[in-house]
Design a protein around this ligand. Structure first.
Ligand SMILES: C[S@@+](CC[C@H](N)C(=O)[O-])C[C@H]1O[C@@H](n2cnc3c(N)ncnc32)[C@H](O)[C@@H]1O
Length: 244
């Protein structure tokens, strides 16, 4: 069955995800846990309190539970997803499922050791014509979500972000002194080359990342022509990379 939307903007709408999850049982964006487990294990302990943002119907949380991670809170703004996933994992004490928008996390400050997002920020940014020049609405959504993530991380806690977006594009979203974290970048082979960013709360940005933040604040960047693609090319490019 084909779950591709007729238009990339649909990825930003909860109705798209609700419809998709009514029909689709499971799908792992950017590969399953076994593809990046060796990287993740360096940044997460079995006893850590973990939050998964935009869990979808991915097998990742279940696979992590089987691997010995016991405290896994999952959120998604699709009620259909949360209903199906909580029923599927009803025999996993310690795993919880909540219908929630990542822009408004209903958890106290400093509640989690690790927060994981896989493809959730991509779903928000995918419609953008230029990754160098996000629309003000998308930029505000991302900033709100990352501010919430930073608030909910314990000191020394990590945000793990798994995406197809290369550092050239993605680091711009994370280089903000306000989030109070450092950034490390890894990549893995999940069929294509995918990336894992690890942001550690309480550490400083590297001088290179601080310079990137300064550069972004100081000037209005003009994207190179090559990244301003027509709508159908953007869709083809996105889909050929991630939704196979
Ligand atoms: C590309 S899918 C990734 C699903 C899953 N994380 C995976 O790796 O396969 C994006 C998911 O993010 C969810 N999502 C998008 N925006 C959200 C938001 N603002 N708050 C919570 N979940 C959101 C969607 O419902 C969808 O399940």
């Amino acid at each position: 069955m084909n779950y591709l939307p007729e238009n990339n903007s649909r990825y930003k709408h909860v109705e798209y995800w609700d419809d998709r999850y009514r029909a689709e049982e499971t799908y792992d964006w950017f590969g399953s846990f076994c593809k990046f487990r060796y990287l993740l294990e360096n940044h997460i302990k079995k006893e850590d309190c973990i939050l998964v943002l935009g869990c979808g119907n991915s097998s990742m949380s279940g696979d992590m539970y089987s691997a010995g991670y016991r405290s896994i809170t999952n959120i998604d703004y699709s009620s259909v997803c949360i209903h199906a996933m909580s029923a599927r994992h009803k025999d996993c004490p310690g795993m919880t499922w909540h219908e929630m928008d990542m822009q408004e996390l209903s958890f106290p400050d400093a509640s989690f050791d690790v927060i994981i997002e896989k493809g959730t920020l991509d779903a928000i940014t995918v419609e953008e014509k230029s990754p160098w020049n996000l629309s003000s609405q998308t930029a505000a959504t991302i900033h709100k979500a990352l501010t919430e993530v930073s608030r909910c991380l314990k000191p020394g806690g990590r945000l793990v972000s798994i995406t197809f977006a290369s550092p050239f594009i993605r680091k711009r979203l994370y280089t903000h002194t306000d989030y109070s974290w450092s950034i490390k970048t890894y990549s893995y082979d999940g069929g294509f080359e995918y990336y894992m960013y690890v942001m550690t709360k309480g550490e400083k940005l590297s001088s290179e990342d601080a310079a990137l933040e300064k550069q972004q604040t100081e000037r209005n960047e003009t994207p190179p022509d090559i990244v301003t693609l027509p709508e159908d090319k953007t869709a083809d490019d996105f889909l050929s990379r991630i939704d196979l």
